[in-house]
Design a protein around this ligand. Structure first.
Ligand code: HDD
Length: 714
């Protein structure tokens, strides 16, 4: 094209130079599409006012409806077409808008506008579960999707990651097999939101490369307490390209400023019934209360010349790079600060694609990533009905879009001009290319030399299937290990075919750890081998035996910010104590929820009243992080006499939560047979218990209670 007067050689750089983003760019961009009905008449889609929205047009009041009723037909016709296919995976999700602000050091590593020092870029983040359908539960044992769309000055960049740093398979060609195996079984569509079934365990036990990721999903990471307490990972090795054109390998990490913490399994399961929307509800409520969610985006940086310095292949998505080997360099901070206006329009229609990258970011040859680059666009064509899904407001970049792509279903853009091809001389060559160079803004792929034979195969450097599973297991605390053993125990108990259970216990788990295999084997009455059966290549070699960063306990918040604490009250409660508890919690950034036997105003001992936030069964203990019991003789008598009142602290105790009782509150603990331990505090005043309460809640749970809690009824 170089000698064509209407092509690239005729251009001298970007043509949309004055385009800049701010944290509000996407909000402003969406505004033109918002529809607020307040103060407006009800009309048909053709704009005709509707006089009666209750009665169809009939031949006589008791007669048949007339075909002529265009108002009825339009309404019914639209309703009949409301549903679109749910996502084939990650169907259940919740999203929020936010802003990403780059730290000064970010621009050292990438020329992308999103990483310019101080640059604010609007974001939209969708969190999801993988296995369940759109109507399943939030707190299932599963991986969580963590997909971020950055509406940058240079176009949309999507970082489509998960809350775990590795994946189940190495090559995208196995993705349909994996998803078929984990999804509800084809003959009866059971089970929903669970991996505890034959097809999943059949597949993963035949695919040793999945061992490490399955281990992660058997850990408490699989039910994060909240979206704000989840880490996020880009998983694949990507590239960042700096202004000089130098490319470095990177792994992306989202580090939650709130720290990481999870549910325990029984609690997560109970929540399925008590509040199936727990995570999404909390995020939406927190954002509307101004309690925003925050993460730092960081990268592990690997210079190109160090590509082969690891015990594993950095192109293998079943491997993480231990943070002890390559620390995470923070590049910026994201704050989620605005709820979507409409679930369908934004959260359901948002279309992520790891193939959406911008200059300064590039792919690697990870075969899982390469396959994803095909799949996302393809699935969106079906789910969102054709190639014009890019014009749906939530998917539009905030940059101008001009190209020669035309037509198809539901085209919104009215392209002017006669020429829809390039080069052209009719429209003076517009829209023109921007030559691929840093100063011109055009996208340029890293100029990697590829000189290879065409081969359908896998590199021997991908043969290690177990060393990082072992690393993860070794890095867990005793309680975490116990939860993992119990998880394998439960999941395999749901597997009907004995040979699948045997395969997991005898051929997979021992390669991770002999003790793990023995303990799971004991639950199933299956003898585990005493030596690792896998080949040396499969066992891999890891120079690191432990990575403390892999334990959830490594990132406990230490503070009680954003924690939800139940304050149990009934008529006659000591209101001064309640007020003191609430204000102390507030001062720490936590929230005290007033929970009473009924929703009727609670009469305090001083004659004042208090409005409850919920009833005992409205916000049960599984929805709360800790329990406080305020004093007041009459209040405690009422709670003691109530089954729900006694059950509340019992359930919280079982789930290793901190419980503190002020004044007569200790009588409720006695009546509920609560075993006293370091996590059960009593005192005559709020001051007497609060500091210890705060310290213990900062550790998330009373882990030392675990052995004793196991001996108590569920
Ligand atoms: Fe995927 C959705 C994350 C491997 C094919 N994926 C999807 C979503 C997330 C991920 C977070 C939901 C996005 C949203 O909220 O809309 N997927 C991952 C990660 C992977 C991964 C972190 C491995 C590192 N995915 C993967 C492979 C393939 C796909 C190997 C196929 C080759 N993923 C899809 C998909 C989905 C999807 C079928 C379903 C809905 C959608 O894309 O938009 O194309």
């Amino acid at each position: 094209m170089a000698n064509n007067p209407y092509s690239a050689s005729n251009t001298d750089g970007p043509h949309d130079t004055d385009f800049k983003t701010s944290d509000q760019s996407k909000n402003e961009n969406l505004e033109q599409f918002r529809n607020d009905a307040e103060g407006h008449d009800l009309r048909t889609n053709n704009g005709v006012r509707i006089a009666d929205n209750h009665n169809s047009l009939k031949a006589g009041e008791r007669g048949p409806t007339l075909m002529e009723d265009f108002i009825f037909r339009e309404k019914m016709n639209h309703f009949d077409h409301e549903r679109i296919p749910e996502r084939i995976v990650h169907a259940r999700g919740a999203a929020a808008h936010g802003v990403f602000e780059a730290y000064p050091e970010a621009e050292r590593y990438s020329k992308a506008a999103v990483f310019k020092a101080g640059q604010q870029t609007p974001t939209f983040v969708r969190f999801s579960t993988v296995q369940g359908s759109r109507g399943s539960n939030d707190t299932v044992r599963d991986v969580r999707g963590f997909a971020t769309k950055f509406y940058t000055e240079e176009g949309n960049w999507d970082l489509v990651g998960n809350d775990m740093p590795i994946f189940f398979i190495q090559d995208a060609i196995k993705f349909p097999d994996f998803v078929h195996a984990v999804k509800p079984e084809p003959h009866n569509e059971i089970p929903q939101g669970q991996s505890a079934h034959d097809t999943f365990w059949d597949f993963v036990s035949l695919m040793p490369e999945s061992a490490a990721m399955v281990l992660w999903t058997m850990s408490d990471r699989a039910f994060p307490r909240s979206y704000r307490s989840m880490e996020g990972f880009g998983i694949h090795t990507f590239r960042l390209v700096d202004k000089q054109g130098k490319s470095r390998f990177v792994k992306f990490h989202w580090k939650p400023l709130a720290g990481t913490y999870s549910f325990i399994w029984d609690e997560a399961q109970l929540l399925w019934g008590r509040d199936p929307d727990f995570n999404r509800r909390e995020m939406a409520t927190d954002i509307s209360n101004g309690d925003y969610l925050e993460w730092e985006l960081g990268v592990q940086i690997i210079e190109e010349e160090d590509e082969h310095k690891f015990d594993f292949d950095i192109l293998d998505a079943t491997k993480l790079i231990p943070e002890e080997q390559v620390p995470v360099t923070p590049l910026g901070k994201m704050t989620l600060n605005r709820n979507p206006d409409n679930y369908f329009a934004e959260t359901e229609q948002v279309a992520f694609n790891p193939g959406h990258i911008v200059p300064g970011i590039d792919f690697t040859n990870d075969p899982l990533l390469q396959g994803r680059l095909f799949s996302y666009l393809d699935t969106q064509m079906l789910r969102l009905g054709g190639p014009n899904f890019k014009e749906i407001p939530i998917n539009r970049p905030v940059t101008p879009v001009h190209n020669n792509q035309r037509d198809s279903f539901h085209r919104m853009t009215i392209n002017k001009g006669q020429a829809s091809y390039e080069p052209n001389s009719i429209d003076d060559g517009w829209p023109r290319e921007t030559p691929p160079a840093a100063e011109n803004g055009g996208f340029e792929s890293v100029n990697e030399r590829i000189d290879a034979h065409k081969v359908r195969g896998r590199s021997t450097s991908f043969a290690d299937h177990y060393s990082q599973a072992t690393l993860f297991w070794n890095s867990q605390t005793d309680v975490e290990k116990e939860h993992i053993v119990q998880a394998y125990g439960f999941e395999l108990s749901k597997v009907e075919r004995p040979w699948i259970r045997e395969r997991v216990i005898q051929q997979i788990l021992p390669n991770i750890d002999l003790d793990l295999a023995r303990r799971v084997g004991e639950i199933h009455g299956i003898e585990a081998p005493t030596e690792k059966p896998a080949s040396v290549e499969e066992l891999g070699r890891s120079t690191l035996t432990e990575s403390p960063a892999l334990s959830l306990m490594a990132r406990l918040p230490g503070n009680i910010k954003y924690r939800k604490v139940a304050i149990l009250v009934a008529d006659g409660v000591d209101l001064d104590q309640v007020t003191a508890l609430q204000s102390k919690l507030k001062a720490e950034g936590a929230k005290g929820m007033i929970i009473a036997p009924t929703m009727a105003p609670v009469k305090g001992s001083n004659g004042n009243t208090l409005t409850p936030d919920a009833m005992l069964n409205g916000l049960p203990s599984v929805t709360m992080d800790a329990v406080l019991i305020a004093g007041g003789a009459q209040s405690i008598e009422t709670l003691k006499a109530s089954g729900q009142g006694r059950y509340y602290p019992q359930e919280a105790w079982k789930h290793l939560k901190v419980i503190a009782a002020v004044g007569e509150g200790k009588d409720l603990l006695e009546a509920a047979n609560i075993r006293m331990d370091e996590g059960v505090l009593t005192g005559d005043s709020v001051d007497a218990i609060f500091d210890d309460f705060k310290t213990l809640l900062g550790q998330h749970r009373v882990w030392s209670r675990n052995p004793e809690a196991n001996t108590q009824p569920a």
